[in-house]
Design a protein around this ligand. Structure first.
Ligand SMILES: *[C@@H]1O[C@H](CO)[C@@H](O)[C@H](O)[C@H]1NC(C)=O
Ligand SMILES: *[C@@H]1O[C@H](CO)[C@@H](O)[C@H](O)[C@H]1NC(C)=O
Ligand SMILES: *[C@@H]1O[C@H](CO)[C@@H](O)[C@H](O)[C@H]1NC(C)=O
Ligand SMILES: *[C@@H]1O[C@H](CO)[C@@H](O)[C@H](O)[C@H]1NC(C)=O
Ligand SMILES: [Fe+2]
Length: 479
């Protein structure tokens, strides 16, 4: 179905895949229309409150453990706490099991949140469809999700990538286009609701509307959360000074499963991917918990089992837009060398409301006394992709730096989302789809070759041989 346009775009862009500074990058002449970059009114049907007394709303799930055979199911009830209980099973309407969780609530200025329920459902079978039911009596609601296959080197899996979503008509297009993609889980790049653009009680109200807005997807498949600056909500004028308060109450992450001390940074493994989520707005310099944790977690990555190493963060380390230019430098200075040394495949970021993709480049020779300062082509380096174009009320970041720096391969200021379809340990198909006047148009596509497993069979065999030799030496040393 997707095949023909995919091939076509592939031919058009295939040359961009090579690390070759002879190829100048492309600045797309297409620019998305700003209009209408306003939030959808609260009485619109996309925010409809489910019918029934105390009906669960804002249902969302996320991965619940390291390898994906658990989910955290979350929802909100207003009026009464109800029970933090999920009934679930492998056939429709036949709920063999129950799981209990906990209820929490918070205030934000004078807004009082509903009762926020979080239930960990674990011990699930891999690659299995589960049906679940939450709420009571007439207002109970039923959903389903599918667990991923057990992790393994050649397990195919399709991720969606969305950032900076908000709750405008553009956000709605992005969400609808994403849901047509057939992807199985979303890697979310931060800046969820943009509720912080409101004041006083409207902040909480817009978190609630956003939860209902995305439920059409988040109730059925896990979204892997990463926090952005719009989650900070430092608002001293209304006496709200605890960073990430709304976000942390509402969107739990399985951080303990990867030995992280904070829900703001963590890792999961899913199918054939190892996914590391970082926080630009938590301490990350040397000796901080996030720094020490990342150092450990990179050592835990097992490319034999999860060949694809993907990092998510909110602020791009390579960006050639005037908007947020250089904001990622501090994290780049600390972590880039690790990403290159560990052959990270791709780093996704949001924050800049446009699309941009880099070549494989690095700038790890930089040092303040030597003056080396240009990013250079580097086969070991990750690709950097900015997908901050979900479509929020701040509108697009339309001003790119001119001329296009030589690290930038493709850039376009319009709304959209990406998908990464992993085929096996060597190949993944990547697409960025723009929202073109409401239509979904595949725009930037290429085959992503794994950084650890060379596509070339000879080399691949050699790598495998080398690894088994290394493994044998290691186990002999242990004896
Ligand atoms: C949470 O809900 C309980 C029960 O309704 C209520 O007594 C309490 O004040 C609420 N707490 C907050 C922080 O809103
Ligand atoms: C960009 O240009 C600089 C200066 O000419 C050069 O040193 C550097 O290697 C180039 N980088 C890339 C990624 O091509
Ligand atoms: C991996 O997938 C690609 C793309 O579908 C295919 O061309 C290649 O032959 C596959 N490799 C193996 C080892 O199956
Ligand atoms: C395998 O090991 C040899 C010798 O250390 C090295 O030269 C070669 O590059 C390695 N090959 C791969 C694919 O890692
Ligand atoms: Fe942002």
């Amino acid at each position: 179905m997707q095949c023909f346009p995919f091939r076509l775009v592939l031919i058009a862009f295939v040359f961009l895949d090579s690390v070759d500074n002879v190829n100048a990058g492309i600045t797309s002449r297409y620019t998305g229309k700003e209009w209408p970059a306003v939030d959808i009114p609260l009485d619109h049907e996309v925010f409809a409150v489910p019918k029934g007394h105390n009906a669960p709303q804002q249902v969302h799930i996320t991965q619940g453990n390291y390898d994906g055979n658990a989910v955290i199911i979350s929802w909100v009830t207003f009026g009464e706490p109800g029970f933090s209980e999920v009934q679930y099973g492998t056939s429709d309407k036949n709920y063999e099991f129950t799981a209990q969780g906990k209820m929490t609530n918070y205030t934000f200025y004078e807004y009082e949140s509903g009762y926020i329920h979080h239930v960990l459902v674990d011990g699930l079978k891999f690659d299995t469809k589960y049906y679940y039911k939450i709420g009571n009596g007439d207002s109970a609601r039923e959903f389903w999700f599918r667990t991923p296959p057990m992790i393994g080197p050649d397990v195919p899996y399709k991720f969606g990538i969305i950032g900076d979503l908000g709750q405008t008509y553009n956000s709605l297009s992005t969400l609808e286009h994403y849901m047509e993609s057939g992807a199985q889980s979303v890697l979310f790049l931060g800046d969820l609701s943009y509720a912080d653009r409101y004041q006083y009680n409207d902040v909480g109200i817009r978190w609630d509307s956003w939860g209902r807005f995305v439920e059409r997807s988040t109730a059925y498949q896990p979204w892997i959360w990463c926090a952005g600056n719009h989650e900070i909500e430092y608002m001293p004028y209304m006496n709200e000074v605890v960073p990430f308060k709304s976000y942390l109450y509402r969107y739990p992450t399985p951080h303990l499963a990867s030995m992280s001390s904070s829900p703001m940074w963590y890792a999961i493994r899913r199918a054939s991917a190892h996914i590391i989520v970082l926080s630009n707005y938590s301490p990350f310099v040397k000796y901080t918990p996030q720094y020490l944790w990342l150092n450990e977690e990179l050592e835990n990555v097992d490319r034999e089992n999860t060949p694809w190493l993907i990092v998510l963060m909110h602020v791009p380390m390579y960006n050639s837009n005037e908007e947020h230019f250089m904001e990622g430098e501090s994290m780049r200075a600390v972590f880039e060398e690790w990403f290159v040394n560990h052959k990270v495949d791709v780093i996704f970021a949001g924050h800049v409301h446009a699309y941009e993709r880099s070549y494989r480049i690095s700038n790890i020779r930089y040092d303040v006394s030597s003056g080396e300062r240009y990013p250079v082509p580097d086969e070991s380096a990750p690709l950097y992709i900015t997908v901050g174009d979900g479509g929020n009320s701040e509108g697009l970041a339309g001003r790119f730096r001119d001329p296009q720096p030589n690290y930038s391969a493709f850039r376009e200021a319009s709304y959209g989302h990406s998908t990464l379809e992993i085929m096996n340990r060597t190949h993944a198909f990547y697409h960025w789809n723009r929202n073109d006047e409401g239509k979904k148009v595949p725009t930037d596509s290429f085959v992503l070759h794994n950084q650890f497993w060379p596509s070339n069979v000879q080399e691949s065999k050699l790598r495998k041989h080398n690894l088994s030799v290394l493994g044998r030496i290691a186990s002999e040393l242990k004896r």
